[in-house]
Design a protein around this ligand. Sequence first.
Ligand SMILES: [Zn+2]
Ligand SMILES: [Zn+2]
Ligand SMILES: [Zn+2]
Length: 340
Amino acid sequence: MIDLTVEHVEATVREDIERTCWGCGLRLLLPSNTPIFKCGWCGAITNQHAQKRIDKSLWWRRWRDRCFVSVVSLFMLCILCGGVWAVYPVVFSISYVSGVFHCLVTAVLAVSTFTTFGLAAFRCAGRPPNIQWGSYPVVGKGDLEDYTFCLYCCKPKSPRSHHCRSCGMCIEDMDHHCPFIGNCVGATNHRHFIIFLISTLISTAYVAIMCSYAGWHIWPPLMFTSLARPYTFASGSASRVVRELSRALLGSAMLLSTRGIILVYLIVSSVSVQMGLTVLLWQQLCYIYEGQTYLSHLSSGAGGGSGERDCQNLVRFFSCPYSFSRYLPFFRSSRKRHRK
Ligand SMILES: [Zn+2]
Ligand SMILES: [Zn+2]
Ligand SMILES: [Zn+2]
């Protein structure tokens, strides 16, 4: 019996292989069939089969992002300049005071939209802090808890970070990579991104309203044929009325000036942008309410996980931590969760 036990132990020991933890450099004795292990000292997770990766298509993604940012910037400038050119002569012709008022509103909306766009697009989305790693005396117990090794950056990657192949770096609290701002949405610029969406929504709503108002004043008169006589209108079927109305609208649209055509284009484009951004903003606010990011939502599964759904997450996201929440102790007790 004793001999058998000794043989068994010897066989088990022979199967163990020495592995090195990338986090602290300590050597660990592990079974040979363990490709991924967690260090008992520093807490780093090592995948022994992983190899360094080189992203050869990084330049193409950067070039694509720069094109997108240029197109979006040009589009916003066109909406602004086109709106001012098409709307303001009409507004000033009605009343000088309302013209000045609308100039001020336009300036405020343009500054807020362009500023938040610049901050979201050109500010680093969230560079992970530099952390000591690689040698045992330097790395303390639990210093690299649940850290993995980024095979692109060749650096430690915290559980809250994600490597973005378009930005070519790890991003803290990454939500998603947005091609329209040519940047990731992460810990540093997430708030600017949301304020940019809100500002754009308000601006496009304002553009649509003002263009409709100006279009109403300069639209050529409708030319009815049979519907010109009231009794014909009353006795006509609904489909005939719609047909006649469409024909009259199209007929008058043919007489539109260049200003009128620009106004129609501005209304259509601003309403289209608004519909897309409303869906995006609603989705983003839902994730913030749940205390998650888009990526953490994906990793938590289709059920959405057991997130702390709380309005405090929204308050913490938008408010300054030293202004509002310091007077309300219960705000401090809740922590935004970021699960990967
Ligand atoms: Zn270790
Ligand atoms: Zn990385
Ligand atoms: Zn990115």
